[in-house]
Design a protein around this ligand. Structure first.
Ligand SMILES: [Zn+2]
Length: 252
């Protein structure tokens, strides 16, 4: 058992939330019971995740995508009302970490993604807190072979744009989870053979071809499952709380 405020203060500090200029508040977003014995984690605080957490009697829900995004309507209506109602009625807290949980060198989505995909990390890139990572593959391989590695590891076939038109094997790669497809030009400037993100835009194809870089869209959800899962495991060890990661399938 841990006090909610102790748990949140610990994570706020560990993930260094004060360093980030984010699109949503990091940390405690909706306050529930004062003590926490059981935490459910997931990528997004959707109604299905909340209902699964309530069914298990969770005290808190830990996610990467919480609420109160910059630019969204602040009104509590429709889907947002149903989500808030589920939280407030059940007494569960909602705790969310966005960019800090992409960037963290151990528990972050990008650090964890490197482990899952077998990439060796050599450095970080991108604006601000340098959310992007770069490094190399354990061995050079074709884009098709790398697609297969990604599909096997993430359980989802990536979209592969052969920007370098099969000219050479992929040795070096940069990656950034989620909707970071527009970091492709920063990745190309690093001189790596390939760039991997979660999402893709129409323009990404052209940039990949013109920069001569292979591009993989491996799924926003699929690339952002591992940070929350790693945090849960750490909180279990640190505070002795019970936890479960619930993967609500999302093809995007
Ligand atoms: Zn995301």
């Amino acid at each position: 058992m841990v006090l909610l405020r102790e748990l949140c203060a610990y994570m706020d500090n560990l993930l260094e939330i004060s360093l980030f200029d984010d699109y949503a508040p990091n940390g405690l977003q909706v306050e529930g019971r004062t003590s926490v014995k059981y935490i459910v984690g997931g990528v997004t605080a959707s109604l299905s995740l909340l209902e699964a957490a309530r069914q298990r009697g969770a005290d808190a829900v830990l996610v990467h995508h919480g609420y109160f995004w910059q630019g969204e309507s602040p009104r509590v209506v429709g889907a947002k009302r149903r989500r808030m109602h589920c939280l407030l009625e059940s007494g569960m807290s909602l705790i969310a970490y966005h960019l800090p949980l992409d960037a963290h060198p151990i528990f972050g989505n990008n650090a964890q993604l490197a482990t899952v995909l077998g990439f060796e990390t050599e450095g970080r890139f991108g604006p601000g807190q340098k959310l992007g990572y770069y490094g190399r593959l354990p061995e050079p391989m074709s884009g098709d072979a790398l697609s297969e590695v990604i599909a096997n590891a993430l359980g989802r076939v990536p979209l592969y744009i052969d920007g370098n038109r099969g000219r050479k094997d992929i040795r070096t790669i940069a990656w950034c989870s989620g909707a970071a497809q527009d970091y492709i030009e920063d990745a190309a400037r690093l001189g790596v053979d390939a760039y991997l993100s979660g999402e893709v835009s129409e323009r990404t194809t052209h940039v990949a071809r013109e920069e001569g870089i292979a591009f993989f869209a491996a799924g926003h959800h699929a690339t952002e499952r591992y940070g929350v899962a790693a945090m849960l495991c750490h909180l279990g060890e640190k505070f002795g709380v019970n936890y479960e990661f619930i993967d609500i399938d999302n093809p995007v």
